[in-house]
Design a protein around this ligand. Structure first.
Ligand code: FAD
Length: 369
């Protein structure tokens, strides 16, 4: 529906994804965000490679759909004149010292790659020398499974690209925290700073802050902050631009970017609350895990450690769709550790649902209850 007024609260990847999808379909979009410390998107590692993960069920389906949608959304941004996303398919490399563990990962990735419509690319087994030819800093006892369609994206650049894409389709951006206050007819009043924003729909895309925002409406979405600490290293003398992301089949990983920079991480600190400090234990854990699989990073320069608060859903699944008794209030929250992958796809489906006035079937497993 052209001209439908939608306020998107939150400008992380979830809000940016839905704002772009709404604006390019002609909706009248306003995005509000105060830029709180701890935004998950700015800290994210940037891995877009779900196929070897141990995630199953509807969450895997959404994760895989999200990865498959990336080339499409990058194309849509280019059509809108936004060319820089820092999305690149450099492959994903699963590493382990136990060949039996790699057998299992390979079988899982091959099955999923066949179902991916070509996005996952080819899956191949690599011996130790081939693994180190791809990523020279890795430990000598590691062998690997290479998935050629694995990609990485800079979360900050991608989020800004979606917001810029939305702006090129007419979206407005406000700097400030929104509040939702009970209003008549199920639609809350939306206040940013001292201004009340007139809207037909509101999209709650505030990540780990969802419970705070919805509290005045008596809604408890079951999302809590989970701190992630992730460190960026400069690896002088290495051209890292073509390195695949590296996955030792744990929560730990390594992602390279173009400027001899490698991100290693990350902690998963459930119960952290909104504490955005770099801690001694977190820093130690991130570096110890990194050096265990990549001893060649020992002399790298530690550039910075980023902190992001993942929106951890208590039910294990993201929450996406209109609130049951408030059809004008749409939630997109609880992306946990994989929101960078899923958000553009989910944002597109949610935008269609808002503008068509009916729930998106591909999101039915994630509807708020
Ligand atoms: C260390 C780390 C590594 C990760 N790596 C990956 C990865 O490799 N691949 C992947 O797919 N995912 C990854 N993730 C997960 C991904 O980053 C998150 O799932 C995703 O960024 C969540 O996006 P979001 O928009 O829901 O939340 P956020 O990015 O946290 O954005 C929420 C926004 O809401 C705003 N806000 C809060 N309150 C208000 C208010 N009252 N009014 C207006 N705005 C408000 C905040 O300022 C913030 O900007 C990683 C996360 C972390 C922390």
């Amino acid at each position: 529906m052209e001209g439908r007024r939608v306020i998107v609260v939150g400008a992380g990847i979830a809000g940016a994804g839905v704002a772009f999808a709404l604006a390019r379909r002609g909706a009248d979009v306003t995005v509000a965000d105060p830029g709180l410390p701890g935004q998950a998107t700015q800290a994210s590692a940037g891995i877009i490679a779900p196929w070897a993960s141990t995630v199953e069920g509807p969450l895997y389906d959404l994760y895989a759909a999200g990865a498959a949608y990336y080339p499409q959304v990058v194309g849509l941004l280019a059509e809108a004149g936004v060319l820089r996303t820092d999305y690149r398919r450099t492959g994903a490399l699963v590493v382990h010292e136990d060949p039996a563990v790699l057998d299992e990962a390979q079988a899982r990735a091959e099955t999923r790659a066949r179902a991916s419509g070509g996005v996952a690319g080819e899956v191949s087994r690599l011996g130790g020398d081939d693994v180190r030819a791809l990523v020279p800093v890795l430990a000598p006892d590691l062998e690997g499974v290479f998935i050629s369609g694995g990609a990485r994206v800079d979360g900050r650049t991608m989020c800004e690209a979606l917001l810029e894409g939305a702006a090129r389709h007419g979206a407005r951006r406000l700097t400030g925290a929104a509040r939702l206050l009970p209003g008549g007819g199920g639609m809350p009043r939306v206040v940013v700073g001292t201004d009340e924003i007139e809207a037909d729909d509101v999209v709650v895309a505030v990540g780990a802050w969802a419970a705070d925002l919805l509290e005045p409406l008596g809604v408890r979405p079951g999302v809590e902050p989970q701190r992630g600490q992730i460190s960026h290293l400069r690896v002088e003398g290495h051209d890292t631009s073509g390195w695949p992301s590296v996955h030792p089949l744990s929560h730990h990983y390594l992602v390279a970017f173009d400027d001899s920079r490698v991100a290693v991480g990350a902690t998963r600190e459930t119960g952290s609350g909104f504490d955005v400090r770099v801690t001694a234990r977190g820093q130690w854990q991130v570096l110890a895990d990194a050096l265990r699989i990549a001893p060649g990073l020992a002399d790298a320069t530690l550039i910075e450690t980023r902190i992001g608060l993942r929106p951890l859903p208590s039910g294990g699944l993201p929450i996406v769709g209109a609130l049951p008794d408030r059809p004008g209030v749409h939630v997109v929250a609880g992306f946990g550790a994989a929101g960078l992958t899923m958000a553009p796809y989910v944002g597109d489906a949610l935008a269609r649902a808002i503008l068509d006035g009916r729930a998106a079937p591909e999101l039915s497993a994630f509807a708020p209850r």
